[in-house]
Ligand binder design. Structure first.
Ligand code: ZN
Length: 365
């Protein structure tokens, strides 16, 4: 697949609203797309999409390569008499980026409505108001409605999903900005990977391509996919945040456009105490694949985040895990940025790793 094809797939997935718990449309689309490359595509009870690509050695370890399909966003907590919506967050939504932003609100009938998160007119803001970041429960969504009755009549109720507006912009240097590149870039790489796996003739390892649910909500959707496929290894496509913007200089060495990110360690301490420390065998496999393909890898080690590998690694007798993928900027903001030059190198690097996994791979850490 070339850069242009990948860009179109990325754009498609970015635009599908897929709040955690409401991944159905994204899952159906993703499953249909994978069906072009695998005869064995299923969707489990949680909504995970699983496509099998059998290998030719039953004694080789099996590998799950996955990315989360869901996104951050909000749910409606209250609808006031004037028809304004109050929200709570689903996942790590940055308050800073919200006021004045457009959103999409889904009714219980599945229709989407446009809304705006209100921002006080500049002219009436006092000095503290100008610099203050207002907490999410104080924000409201304006649907253009005049009353609660009008909102309810449109099928919009407490508990309905709200997501960022549809944003997609092409920047200089093959960089894409918009809402929800998070997840969409991994899904795009999985489709790219499926095109490569389909052509394999003598790959020992069975590979499962999986689109997971609920990563942004509780990071545990992938566990349920594992209970079906029982993979020995798992590769999670979730790019590390690049440290190449003025606000992050010095925090890490990952630069956009400079190769695929490898997470050596991630960890989330706020009530979860979980994360992933890279499996050394997988790190070796990626270093070798980088040498073989000439695709550079960039290391990152950071606290403050985790992925579904945190929980997935504890399933069955233990799963050897790695978090890696296309780096991004401004993660979870309404205008994330990634570089197509990285995106197009992600699947070929993973594919090279997969070809090298055989019965001699040591699962023990
Ligand atoms: Zn995320």
């Amino acid at each position: 697949m070339d850069r242009l094809q990948l860009k179109e797939i990325l754009k498609k997935y970015m635009k599908i609203p897929r709040l955690s718990g409401y991944e159905r449309e994204a899952a159906d689309t993703f499953a249909a797309d994978l069906s072009a490359f695998s005869d064995d595509v299923t969707i489990d009870r949680m909504g995970n999409v699983i496509a099998a690509f059998p290998g030719n050695d039953p004694n080789a370890p099996s590998v799950m390569v996955f990315a989360h399909m869901d996104s951050i966003g909000f749910i409606i907590t209250n609808i006031d008499e004037q028809g304004y919506l109050r929200l709570d967050r689903v996942g790590g939504v940055p308050e800073k980026a919200l006021q004045g932003l457009d959103v999409r609100v889904r009714s219980e009938n599945g229709e989407w409505h446009n809304g705006v998160i209100g921002i006080k007119a500049y002219h009436v803001l006092d000095d503290t108001g100008k610099s203050r970041v207002d907490p999410i429960p104080s924000l409201f969504v304006d649907l253009g409605a005049d009353s609660r009755e009008e909102v309810l009549a449109a099928g919009i109720q407490v508990g309905c999903p709200v997501v960022y507006g549809e944003h997609y912009k092409e920047l200089m240097n093959d960089r894409i900005s918009g809402s929800y590149t998070d997840g969409a870039s991994g899904m795009t790489s999985l489709i790219h990977l499926a095109t490569l796996l389909k052509e394999d003739k003598d790959r020992p390892a069975t590979v499962f391509i999986v689109g997971t649910v609920m990563e942004e909500f509780n990071a545990r959707g992938a566990m349920l996919a594992q209970r079906k496929v029982h993979a020995d290894l798992a590769i999670c496509l979730m790019g590390p945040g690049a440290g190449d913007t003025p606000d992050l200089y010095g925090t890490n060495l990952v630069r956009l456009g400079s190769g695929i990110g490898i997470n050596m360690m991630n960890f989330h301490g706020k009530g979860t105490l979980n994360g992933n420390i890279i499996h050394s065998g997988l790190l070796c496999a990626f270093k070798k694949a980088s040498d073989d393909t000439g695709i550079p890898i960039q290391r990152q080690a950071a606290r403050g985040a985790l992925s579904d590998t945190a929980y997935l690694q504890l399933e069955d007798l233990g799963v050897a895990c790695i978090d890696m993928g296309t780096p991004d900027r401004y993660s979870h903001g309404p205008m994330e940025v990634l570089d197509l030059k990285d995106l197009e190198r992600c699947a070929p690097l993973v594919h090279n790793v997969l070809l090298g996994i055989n019965r001699d791979f040591e699962l023990r850490r």
